[in-house]
Ligand binder design. Structure first.
Ligand code: KIV
Ligand code: ZN
Length: 510
């Protein structure tokens, strides 16, 4: 058995299925570049047939990524396969990932197909996919609730038709580790042609066991893990990339395989995904949480100071915590700014976008003595097509005093026309949102408001996420500024801009 574990990242596809996490094309390209720097083997760039926007995103990623395989998801239908095939055409290495449900409940109630029809559809899809690439992955959706004999049959047929990776998903997060490992072992032992393909596992986290189940499958012979940064994903999320990678690396004695991941890029990847999607990382999250390497108790601190390994099984710098460094200051010039953005994989789309970002950097550098990479990421966040925006903040004045109701005066532009507005609220953020809403009249419902410090110290920029819902659509707006009331106004307007972008034409996701 190979000792190489393939890391398949689906942040841009399954991760994007988290409420409000939908990303613009430019944001997806930025994340894809970071995933390439992280050295993931396969980037699932999207579901090309879902909408023209998804097609464009997969294609843009296929054009810009050189070192990782770029993959598009496709149902087992002609339209999906051909759309995916076209989208991945520019890729240096392209994969089509086709899937069909195999559990009795999905086949009967959702697909309304019998098992023979399901096998035929899978085989036909794989044959068609071979017109575009030799790298074909086949998934049996809801494998966890499928009959083992049927899985053996359909996987055998898929291999005969030309699939090169066979993926076994726990679509509903129902399995437990021992059972999942045994299923993988059985499938590898019984499926004809099993030795010709890479076996893959794809686990959801509904019972909090996605990582444990994935690792159990690895012990049973899986050599590809499907996962997302920060465990982002539909419902309770997918298996978290950082936890799987560090478990395999730290416990090589148990797993006997290696990934190609540059682990020092884990924390920068986590931050970028959190910043772009507006999904904060919980402080006690393994590997990437702010407290993951913080020792609070005196006994632990004493032990770590005397000998790090008394309480630490990994080094913080090995997962990229040291990457948090001061990069630029107020005297830095435009070239240094451009260079640092390039180092971070950020290429402003036009000279004007670069100039605008540079002006915001200078303004920030006047107010904050140390500028970190995270600050630069925040400066350019939102400098995407959403920024061809309806709403733009022009100024904000806010007055609050203990015992008084705060008042906020906001000036913002909507499609070039300026609005001045003023409101009172329970707190300064409430007053600011009320003032904006008074004029914008979006009628959207605020579902989540969160504030995080981007770096350390009270000088840090506050990063605000506002999740809005309107007519069944959910979007996350993000804003960053050293003044958290300004950051809140930016986040609210960013969310309104996202609501104003047309929804996906075909939001039918797996
Ligand atoms: O969870 C799932 O079953 C999926 C498949 C499309 C692989 O995401
Ligand atoms: Zn999934």
């Amino acid at each position: 058995m190979s000792d190489r574990l393939i890391v398949f990242d689906t942040t841009l596809r399954d991760g994007e299925q988290s409420p409000g996490a939908s990303m613009t094309r430019d944001e997806k390209v930025r994340i894809a570049r970071q995933l390439e720097r992280l050295r993931v083997d396969v980037i699932e760039a999207g579901f090309a047939a879902a909408s023209p926007g998804d097609f464009e995103s997969v294609r843009a990623i296929a054009e810009s990524i050189k070192d990782s395989t770029v993959c598009s998801l496709a149902r087992a239908t002609e339209r999906d396969i051909r759309t995916s095939g076209e989208a991945i055409k520019p890729a240096a290495r392209g994969r089509i990932h086709t899937f069909i449900a195999t559990s009795p409940i999905h086949m009967e109630k959702k697909l309304r197909m019998n098992p023979d029809q399901v096998v035929d559809a899978a085989v036909a899809a794989i044959h068609m996919a071979r017109e575009y690439t030799a790298d074909i992955e086949f998934s049996a959706e809801d494998a966890v609730r499928s009959e083992v004999d049927f899985l053996v049959r359909i996987f055998g047929e898929a291999i005969r038709a030309g699939a090169t990776t066979i993926n076994v998903p726990d679509t509903v997060g129902y399995s437990v580790p021992g059972q999942w490992g045994r299923l993988m072992e059985t499938l590898i032992a019984r499926t004809p042609g099993a030795d010709k393909v890479v076996w893959s596992t794809h686990c959801h986290n509904d019972l909090g066991m996605a990582v444990a189940n994935s690792l159990s499958a690895v012990l049973a012979g899986a050599r590809q893990v499907e996962c997302t940064i920060n465990g982002l994903g539909e419902r309770a999320g997918n298996a978290s990339l950082e936890e799987i990678v560090m478990a395999v690396k730290t416990r090589r004695d148990v797993f006997a395989c290696d990934t190609n991941i540059d682990t020092t890029q884990i924390v920068p990847s986590s931050r970028l995904v959190s910043q772009i999607t507006g999904y904060p990382v919980q402080p006690n999250k393994a590997i990437v949480g702010a407290n993951a390497f913080a020792h609070e108790s005196g006994i632990h601190q004493d032990g770590v100071l005397k000998h790090r390994e008394t309480y630490e099984i990994m080094r913080a710098q090995d997962v990229g915590w040291a990457a948090n460094r001061i990069t630029l200051g107020k005297l830095s010039g435009r070239n240094a700014f451009r260079q640092r953005l390039e180092d971070l994989g950020i290429a402003p789309s036009t000279e004007q976008a670069l100039n605008e970002a540079f002006a915001r950097f200078k303004e920030l550098a006047d107010r904050k003595s140390e500028i970190f990479d995270e600050d630069l990421q925040a400066i350019v966040s939102g400098e995407s097509e959403v920024k061809a925006e309806h709403y733009k903040l022009i100024s904000l004045a806010q007055r609050s005093e203990m015992g008084e109701r705060p008042v906020s005066k906001v000036v913002f532009a909507c499609d070039g026309k300026e609005f001045a507005t003023e409101a009172e609220g329970n707190g300064p953020v409430d007053a600011t949102v009320k003032a904006i809403e008074q004029q914008a009249k979006s009628g959207a419902e605020l579902m989540l408001f969160s504030v995080n410090a981007i770096t350390t110290g009270t000088e840090s920029q506050g990063e605000v996420t506002m999740r809005l819902q309107k007519d069944g659509r959910v979007v996350n707006g993000v804003g960053a500024d050293p003044d958290i009331v300004v950051a809140s106004a930016l986040a609210y307007l960013n969310a309104l801009n996202r609501l104003s972008v047309a929804p996906k034409a075909n939001p039918q996701q797996p």
